[in-house]
Write a protein that binds this ligand. Structure first.
Ligand code: ATP
Ligand code: MG
Length: 497
């Protein structure tokens, strides 16, 4: 490794009774892209604030470019080339791009009145350096989140950044914007800058970083070269838990198909789709956005009506004309955006959990039997290991993964024979993700027939007993997860080898 631009050792920081960092060390080489990973509350932001001089650590040493400090103030940190891109980017929406960039130049330049043309040239140079194509006279409020972020990066460059720290920079970006940001990060690296990239997303860590450091509960648990890291190890370090093996093999698929689809066609969405699904199976359907995967799921759940083709349940031809009729036939559907579907955010977790069974739990007089609700809710919390401080807290206080489990629990309370999950772990933290996977396997092993629709290829590989790849509305191939690879799946879903 090249000489480190930053080295911190034994950093400790507590807030009142909360010990946020316990002797944390981190080393970043010059020109290196380093990922700082860790689950929520592991201390990532606190560490960044120590490095950028916002917090004074209780103990520890900081070394920047060979200079030693016990702590810094923000001005010193900036003077040493440390720049942080915070999540709100701290840009001024009512000013133009140029004004946002010039603001700093003026602060930087002691000769008060900087020549406007010179300032403009400098600003233009900054945006060109990262290949950012933007009108300098555009007001920032008219720009996308991704572009605002790039402005914050340009501003950092104008302040002679040597190390740019990005705190979860991708959380508000689309996939395409993430790609663009990664390209910018590579350009910064090519110019000799170092990057500290904070993320808890495994794919991002693998894609962008050369080295990584993982924190858990305020402590270092692992660091090293990213290419020597694998998913399982990453998940273990993040959560401190071991996860089950990679593939799901149904313990001998029992009986006849519970669902048979024959030549199902919905013009403009998908055509001639046929497959069978037996109890105990987890059928993975993968494909890009627009491949027809969601429309297919919505048809099976009675939201959309097919133009032709047939659906059989337990060997009998059926028409699923509505969601109600789907539910009556034992079909459950977990849509990809759980937050807009079905959860009563302000309502308590226990109420949300028992909502489908409320009728059964109500007494003749219409009173909800508090005790019965509490007991049923506790059973589900236990069975699905939902992390909740109290069942009476509102559902919105739960993490995404735990909210997803609440939705699942509600479905499971109905007598289901077929469960369709669409992107069940999008935006969910890694621990909950594995929990949801384990739960799916268990439900299948208990005889449920499951369809999982996902473009998260490792997820499909890990969960499905069989994978169907969908592209442009048709099934292009059926694959055995234990005999295929992520790149093969990606090739089939994109059509690009
Ligand atoms: N200013 C503060 N006052 C009190 N406690 C704090 C403060 N800042 C952080 N903490 C606590 O310190 C711990 C670490 O928080 P930190 O924000 O550093 O975590 P993080 O890894 O950035 O999490 P996230 O992924 O959610 O951003 C948490 O328990 C948090 O509640
Ligand atoms: Mg944070």
């Amino acid at each position: 490794m090249t000489a480190p631009i930053l080295k911190v050792e034994g950093i400790t920081k507590s807030f009142g009774g909360v010990q946020a960092l316990r002797g944390v060390s981190l080393e970043i080489g010059s020109g290196e892209i380093h990922c700082l990973a860790g689950e929520n509350g592991s201390g990532k932001s606190t560490l960044i604030k120590v490095i950028s001089g916002v917090y004074e650590p209780d103990a520890g040493r900081i070394e920047i470019n060979g200079q030693h400090f016990s702590h810094l103030n923000p001005k010193e940190a900036i003077g040493l080339g440390i720049q942080v891109i915070y999540q709100d980017f701290s840009v001024f929406p009512n000013l133009t791009v140029m004004e946002n960039l010039a603001l700093n130049m003026e602060l930087m330049d002691n000769r008060k009145l900087m020549n406007y043309r010179r300032a403009r040239a400098i600003a233009f140079n900054a945006i060109s350096q990262i290949g950012f194509d933007v009108d300098l006279d555009e007001r920032v409020e008219n720009l996308t989140v991704a572009d605002r972020q790039l402005i914050a990066i340009c501003r950092a460059l104008l302040q002679e950044a040597k190390l740019i720290i990005m705190d979860e920079p991708t959380s508000a970006l689309t996939k395409k914007e993430v790609k663009a940001l990664f390209a910018v990060i590579k350009r910064l690296q090519a110019r000799g800058l170092s990057i500290l990239f904070v993320s808890h997303k495994l794919d991002e860590v693998f894609e962008i970083s050369e080295r990584y450091t993982i924190l858990r509960s305020g402590e270092n648990v692992a660091s090293g070269n990213t290419e020597e890291l694998d998913r399982k190890t990453f998940a273990f370090h993040m959560t401190g838990r071991e996860f089950a093996d990679e593939y799901y093999k149904p313990a001998g698929v029992k009986g006849k198909p519970v669902l048979s689809v024959r030549g199902l066609t919905l013009r403009g969405a998908y055509s001639d789709i046929s497959f069978d699904l037996a109890p105990g199976e987890i059928l993975g359907i993968t494909g890009l956005l627009g491949s027809g995967r969601t429309e297919l799921a919505e048809t099976l759940f009675g939201i959309l009506q097919p133009d032709s083709g047939g659906i059989e349940i337990d060997g009998r031809a059926v028409k699923i004309r509505s969601v109600k009729s789907a539910i009556r036939r034992g079909i459950g559907y977990l849509p990809s955006d759980r937050l807009t579907e079905g959860l009563f955010q302000p309502q308590a977790v226990d109420r949300n959990l028992v909502i489908t069974t409320l009728d059964r739990l109500s007494s003749r007089l219409g009173f909800l039997r508090r005790k019965a609700i509490a007991e049923t809710a506790m059973q589900w919390i236990d069975r699905l290991s939902i992390a909740v401080r109290s069942p009476t807290l509102p559902v919105r206080t739960l993490s995404g993964g735990n909210q997803q489990k609440v939705v699942l629990a509600r479905w499971l309370a109905n007598d289901l024979s077929i469960l369709i999950l669409n992107g069940p772990t999008v935006g969910v933290d890694i621990g909950s993700k594995y929990d949801i996977h384990a739960l799916m396997r268990k439900l299948a092993a208990d005889g449920l027939a499951i369809i999982i629709i996902s473009d998260d290829l490792p997820e499909v590989l890990a969960c499905a007993s069989r994978i169907l790849v969908m592209r442009d509305g048709v099934f292009v191939r059926e694959l055995d997860p234990s005999a295929t690879t992520e790149s093969k799946l990606s090739e089939l879903s994109t059509g690009i080898a």
